[in-house]
Design a protein around this ligand. Structure first.
Ligand SMILES: Cc1cc2c(cc1C)N(C[C@H](O)[C@H](O)[C@H](O)COP(=O)(O)O)c1[nH]c(=O)[nH]c(=O)c1N2
Length: 235
């Protein structure tokens, strides 16, 4: 099956317009049909040995969100202490979650025991089931952008505290992603960490090596093409 130019462009548009959303959530509910499409997109992600190790824990109750928000505040205070001076002030000014405002929170977990101890493709790289769950997160994140639904990933949480709040009592269920989801007033054009001066996007050419680690070419073979395609994609 091949895609038309327009369909291809729509995929790139979705990828480049996806944002991590923290502050623009609207209270409007996400219809079941839309939520179902997002979950199906996640469920069709690739996974090691076709393990499909994920579960989707949908959180709607304000009391549960409140508890998660409190856990965030505690973790965020601890995280803020990692920075000092002006950077600490800047960190404190960042909004890094939308737990209470987002109509739905979604915890995507990885069941490390889903297929028993032996999984095709996981023998030498045991973390592959966690990575598979992250693939599912990204599928959902992109589908959500196409639907006009914002998603914000909150990882400033102590996993043990999160598991306790969500009553995840099994040791081998790992909360991989805590996501805030909802329709938004608007999507930012750029990552907020960039527009707020925290960190800028790296030059992709500087990240590409050939044949051996650290080996680059001068002039860089892809430099011109990367620049031209970036302009074509309107980045
Ligand atoms: C695994 C992981 C974990 C987190 C994030 C992302 C990912 C992939 N991001 C979002 C992150 O800051 C954001 O993706 C980058 O700044 C780039 O911005 P866009 O996603 O392109 O808008 C994120 N953002 C935030 O405000 N609080 C958080 O705890 C986290 N945690």
């Amino acid at each position: 099956m091949s895609f038309s130019k327009e369909q291809r462009q729509a995929v790139y548009d979705t990828i480049f317009a996806r944002r991590d959303v923290r502050g623009e959530f609207l209270p409007d509910p996400i219809p079941d049909a839309v939520l179902s499409r997002l979950l199906l997109a996640a469920h069709h992600a690739p996974s090691v040995g076709f393990m499909q190790p994920w579960n989707f824990l949908i959180i709607r109750q304000p009391t549960v969100k409140q508890q998660v928000h409190q856990a965030f505040q505690k973790a965020n205070d601890e995280a803020a202490q990692q920075f000092s001076g002006e950077q600490a002030d800047r960190y404190r000014r960042l909004k890094l979650e939308g737990i209470l405002e987002a109509p739905i929170n979604l915890c995507m977990t990885c069941d490390r025991d889903r297929c028993g101890p032996v999984v095709l493709g996981r023998t030498h790289m045991p973390e592959m089931d966690l990575y598979s769950t992250v693939c599912a997160v990204q599928n959902l994140w992109l589908a959500a952008r196409a639907e006009g639904v914002g998603v914000g990933w909150v990882s400033i949480l102590d996993p043990a505290a999160l598991k306790s709040i969500l009553r995840i009592t099994t040791a081998n269920i790992v909360p991989v992603a805590y996501l805030c989801m909802g329709y938004v007033s608007h999507f930012h054009g750029e990552p907020e960490l960039a527009s707020k001066g925290w960190r800028q996007r790296l030059d992709p050419a500087s990240l590409i090596y050939y044949d051996q680690w650290g080996q680059q070419e001068s002039p860089h073979k892809l430099d011109e093409a990367l620049g031209a395609q970036r302009r074509l994609l309107l980045l």
